[in-house]
Write a protein that binds this ligand. Structure first.
Ligand SMILES: [Zn+2]
Length: 181
């Protein structure tokens, strides 16, 4: 069975804002009882995550179904270098922000070269020949680069009001990456 995930990323935060966003969103999730504060191996990653708390289901538009799923926790992270947050097996296309032409994925992959983003890495559009930073390209469906992220494993869609509360807590504009792994 495949695992699905919702990742919320804040692409515009610097290092200290990312650290603060992680602390404040952890505080929001724990103090409201959405997650438990004892971290366990409940996320599909090497890192530990927060398992569901007594009010976990109130985060979502419908009740979560954890039957048969090993990973159903929440990961909250901040890193010094922006990570690339992709959507696993679902895949995405990349388009030039200037002319809208589709990027060559082999060239794009060589430009990225790893799970982290280096702002000096750029890509030349095969159509209009403009050189642009990778984070300024257009990604469909949305994937992106960020120092701060929250990943929820195998859950229904997030409630709109909870997303706003989380954004307020993190003092960040959160964007949604949906994926499968
Ligand atoms: Zn172009």
């Amino acid at each position: 069975m495949r695992n699905t995930f919702i990742t919320l990323i804040a692409p515009d935060l610097d290092e200290s804002a990312a650290q603060r966003a992680a602390r404040e969103s952890e505080k929001y999730l724990i103090s409201n009882g959405y997650v438990s504060d004892s971290m366990t191996n409940c996320v599909l990653d090497s890192a530990l995550g927060y398992p569901p708390g007594p009010r976990f289901s109130e985060l979502f538009t419908e009740p979560p179904c954890s039957f048969g799923l090993t990973f159903n926790g929440v990961e909250v992270r901040a890193t010094t270098i922006p990570g690339f947050h992709e959507n696993g097996q679902d895949g995405f296309d990349v388009f030039c922000p200037s002319c809208g032409a589709r990027a060559d994925m082999a060239s794009w992959g060589r430009a990225l070269d790893g799970p982290y983003f280096d702002v000096t890495r750029t890509l030349v559009c095969p159509a209009c020949k403009r050189e642009e930073r990778l984070d300024r390209y257009i990604y469909r469906p949305y994937v992106g680069f960020a120092r701060f992220w929250i990943t929820l494993w195998n859950t229904p869609p997030l409630r709109e009001d909870r997303l706003h509360e989380l954004s307020d807590a993190a003092a960040a504009s959160l964007r949604i990456v949906l994926g499968t792994r």
